[in-house]
Design a protein around this ligand. Structure first.
Ligand code: HEM
Length: 200
């Protein structure tokens, strides 16, 4: 397979560039997901941040989520377009439907579905009760765990640097969860500042 790619007679498309794009997109998406989860935990915990910093942290949390969406489109889109691996479009959202490494791709699909639940319900937050929004927001921790397992199991080259990034992301998210769980009731002023933030 050459670097310029291969376009087969039945519409098959395969190129190392798609593979590079998918891998790079996946790694950056994992770093962004980690940043979003850590910032979310900082926003929700009761540590004494000044109100201005809380608004800044909450804003960064939202903007990085938009970046995460873009990188996930690159990562998953490149993987599905590349016919070198057997992935149907439905495998993006439906677990256990991929022809390629079914189980570990399914774990990535679960991570994506959880990210979508959290993203869509946050966008609809003004129309949802706080209790519903908050319950569904816990899915971010499921997304974090699934994304780390998917990244560890799907890494297609034995590169210690990439594995170290994945382990560091997992460690950062575990620390954030412990921080969040160990915090008492959240600071109402900071929560109000975070809730007042707009998406766009
Ligand atoms: C939150 C969601 C996801 C994240 C954060 C994520 C992240 C990653 C990461 C970090 C890797 C390892 C890259 C490497 O070191 O080589 C990877 C590999 C891979 N992922 Fe995902 N992924 C997600 C969802 C998905 C979904 C939904 C699919 C397909 C339906 C998918 C398909 C793949 C494939 C095929 C690989 C192997 C790439 C290759 O080596 O060619 N991922 N992913």
């Amino acid at each position: 397979m050459g670097v310029v790619g291969r376009f087969g007679p039945a519409g098959a498309v395969s190129s190392p560039w798609l593979w590079f794009a998918s891998r790079a997109g996946g790694v950056v998406a994992l770093i962004l997901l980690t940043s979003v989860v850590v910032l979310g935990a900082v926003t929700a915990a009761d540590r004494p941040l000044p109100t201005a910093s809380a608004g800044w942290v909450a804003g960064l949390h939202r903007y990085l989520t938009v970046g995460l969406a873009v990188l996930l489109v690159v990562h998953i889109g490149a993987a599905v377009i590349d016919t070198y691996v057997d992935l149907a479009w439905r495998s993006i959202f439906l677990p256990l439907t991929a022809g390629y490494r079914r189980t570990w791709v399914a774990v990535g699909t679960v991570a994506l579905d959880a990210v979508l639940i959290v993203g869509i319900t946050s966008w609809l937050r003004p129309r949802l009760s706080h209790r519903v929004w908050r319950s569904l927001h816990w899915a971010s921790y499921a997304a974090a765990a699934a994304a780390v397992v998917h990244a560890l199991t799907m890494a297609s080259a034995d590169q210690p640097g990439f594995r170290a990034i994945t382990i560091a992301c997992g460690a950062a998210m575990v620390t954030a969860v412990v921080w969040r769980v160990c915090s008492r009731s959240p600071d109402r002023r900071r929560r109000a500042a975070a809730a007042a933030g707009e998406w766009a």
